[in-house]
Design a protein around this ligand. Structure first.
Ligand code: FE
Length: 169
């Protein structure tokens, strides 16, 4: 009987130890925490300044905005995908690009909702939704509720934040 209880107690301790170690692992592996740290590392990497043009760096890292009608993609009509200029993640497809008349590349939806992050932006006394690359945190542009159907949304994106990858099929 005593032995049985000891075995039971030992099993209980083992189980608790296991669950504790699982919890610790969960915290370490928390994708949100890791992602933020990774993003800070990517955007703070001095090599990034060499990889991007000064304008791209100002937009992607400094959250700047290129002047309307000056970017390389506002009037671009190629068939393919627009990837993040910093990390290469594919963010927007040419099939959802449309001419908004704004002078910036405009899309009515992203390639995959999980690839872009929407953040409230109250800079310059305005309340806007900032759009950033979910993978690296690079600034992309802003989201406005005045786009065409089927979404009614307009992703107003800086050309400087994008790299076009032509679909050669
Ligand atoms: Fe990115």
């Amino acid at each position: 009987m005593v032995l049985k209880m000891n075995v039971a107690a030992l099993m209980l301790v083992t189980t608790m130890a296991c669950s504790q170690s699982t919890n610790t692992k969960k915290q370490i592996d928390n994708p949100k925490m890791d992602n933020t740290k990774q993003q800070q590392d990517i955007l703070a990497d001095p090599e990034l300044k060499k990889k991007l043009t000064p304008e791209q760096y100002n937009v992607c890292v400094g959250k700047g905005t290129e002047r309307a009608f000056t970017g390389k993609y506002w009037n671009h009509k190629g068939h393919g995908v627009y990837a993040c200029a910093v990390c290469g993640e594919k963010l927007f497809g040419s099939d959802t690009k449309y001419d908004s008349g704004s002078g910036w590349p405009s899309f009515y939806q992203s390639l995959d909702k999980s690839k872009v992050k929407e953040v409230e932006d109250t800079a310059y006394g305005m309340r806007r939704i900032e759009v950033v690359c979910k993978k690296c945190g690079s600034h992309l542009g802003h989201l406005f509720p005045d786009g065409p159907q089927p979404t009614g949304m307009r992703y107003c994106i800086n050309s400087a934040s994008l790299d076009f990858v032509e679909d050669k099929k």
